[in-house]
Design a binder for this molecule. Structure first.
Ligand SMILES: Nc1ncnc2c1ncn2[C@@H]1O[C@H](COP(=O)(O)OP(=O)(O)O)[C@@H](O)[C@H]1O
Ligand SMILES: [Mg+2]
Length: 395
């Protein structure tokens, strides 16, 4: 029997449009002999829609049309089955039944653990990172702290909360300046270079913090890697076994890769974006065999230390003068699911997708084989004593 796969995309995120592109690419490549695809589009206001027309890019050009033809749905569990039920109408009809969710959402709400936590609570199997891996993969501070503790090389960094800064900006500025300029300021939990700036002096640093605070309560500041070569690698697997893609080299070495560089590609107005697959990239990266081996080894360590599942992309910063390699970030649901990196290792996109789904099923079975609750009812022997609010309850 075919697996009915709910492909979820869109989401309340600055990467909403990128997610639509990644999901449509994926839905057109999933092996339909093995899987029945049920598109689930999450609009910018958080409403979920389903319907086959959501597999077509054109529909997203006209939200009124989309809302008219797609069904507004909710997901719930009934008698052990997972149902997408229509939210409107007198008789709330079942729109579709699904067996598993494939979240293809980038950034906040979809890649950051919130959706994963919701799916765990509903109890439905899903692909890619679980809640824990998704949370630490989205928070650049958590990520760096875990990597540092696991022996994964990261750049010098510091972080603070927005309110700590507003209470005593001078103290924080003084602390940050100890790292030395230039510095790079980032909102801890965003993506796509939004709110990120490089600064060369105290005025620029204050401006950069002011900008980043618009986006997040938690701010990360790092030293800037000089003589920069940026490379990425994709890892596929789980905590037991990992495979590695080729390494790509990205963008130019002297400027920040912006949202436009990454996604608009080739300049504005030159046709539809192709997502991360369109960013300027050189495959394989022009780095020595020794450095490539280092990137491979660090990638495996970085992947395992976050307990990732499925496909991820890990981005590296290399100082090409002293050949120092730093892990910069992990994307637990990468743009285009990094298929363009696997093509080069002879893994075609349908095969990559099939492996991601299989890993999701395995993860679900593995988790369910563990003990989650005990039969004994501790509460039955519990004496309320003097605990407030419990006192007085009699059997
Ligand atoms: N410490 C750093 N030194 C030099 N360049 C950096 C550093 N951190 C980030 N960058 C540049 O900024 C870009 C965006 O930063 P990144 O941490 O990847 O955030 P995002 O999640 O927005 O992609 C990187 O692709 C890289 O070009
Ligand atoms: Mg990045």
């Amino acid at each position: 029997m075919k697996i009915r796969l709910g492909v979820m995309f869109g989401g309340v995120s600055v990467e909403h449009e990128i997610s639509i592109i990644t999901a449509i690419q994926a839905m057109n490549s999933i092996d339909e002999a093995k899987y029945d695809i049920v598109p689930i589009y999450v609009a910018k206001d958080g409403t979920w829609y389903s319907g086959m027309m959501l597999k077509d890019m054109q529909i997203y050009r006209d939200m009124d049309l989309l809302k008219r033809y797609a069904k507004e749905v909710v997901l719930y569990k009934r008698d052990g089955r997972f149902i997408l039920q229509s939210k409107r109408g007198l008789f709330r009809k079942d729109v579709a039944e699904i067996d598993m969710v494939f979240p293809i959402m980038h950034g906040t709400s979809g890649e950051d653990g919130n959706l994963q936590g919701y799916l765990e609570t509903v109890g439905i199997p899903y692909c890619e990172a679980d809640t824990y891996a998704a949370v630490v993969g989205q928070d650049k501070v958590f990520m760096k702290q875990i990597w540092q503790a696991s022996g994964v090389p990261v750049v010098k960094y510091d972080w603070f909360f927005d309110t700590d800064y507003s209470k005593n900006p001078d103290r924080i500025i003084e602390r940050l300046e100890k790292m030395g300029y230039p510095l790079i300021v980032k909102p801890a939990r965003l993506g796509s270079s939004v709110g990120i700036s490089v600064c060369k002096d105290v005025n620029e640093l204050k401006d950069a913090i002011g900008e980043a605070i618009n986006y997040d309560t938690k701010i990360l500041v790092e030293e800037v890697v000089k003589n920069l070569t940026e490379v990425n690698i994709s890892v596929l697997g789980n905590y037991q076994k990992q495979s590695l893609s080729v390494i790509e080299e990205v963008g130019s070495s002297h400027k920040l890769l912006t949202y436009e560089d990454k996604y608009v590609g080739g300049g504005k107005g030159k046709g539809p974006s192709k997502g991360m697959a369109s960013a300027r990239r050189i495959i394989p990266a022009r780095i020595s065999e020794k450095l490539a081996k280092e990137v491979n080894d660090i990638a495996v360590k970085a992947y395992r230390s976050l307990n990732a599942t499925g496909v991820v992309r890990i981005d590296f910063l290399i100082d090409n003068k002293n050949n120092k390699v730093y892990a910069n970030e992990i994307n637990s649901i990468p743009g285009s699911l990094s298929f363009y990196l696997w093509n080069k290792t002879d893994k075609e996109y349908p095969e990559l997708l099939d492996e991601i789904i299989t890993l999701g099923v395995r993860e679900y079975k593995n988790k369910n084989s563990k003990v989650h609750s005990f039969d004994t009812n501790i509460l039955s022997n519990f004496s309320s004593g003097s605990i407030k609010g419990v006192k007085g309850i009699k059997k």
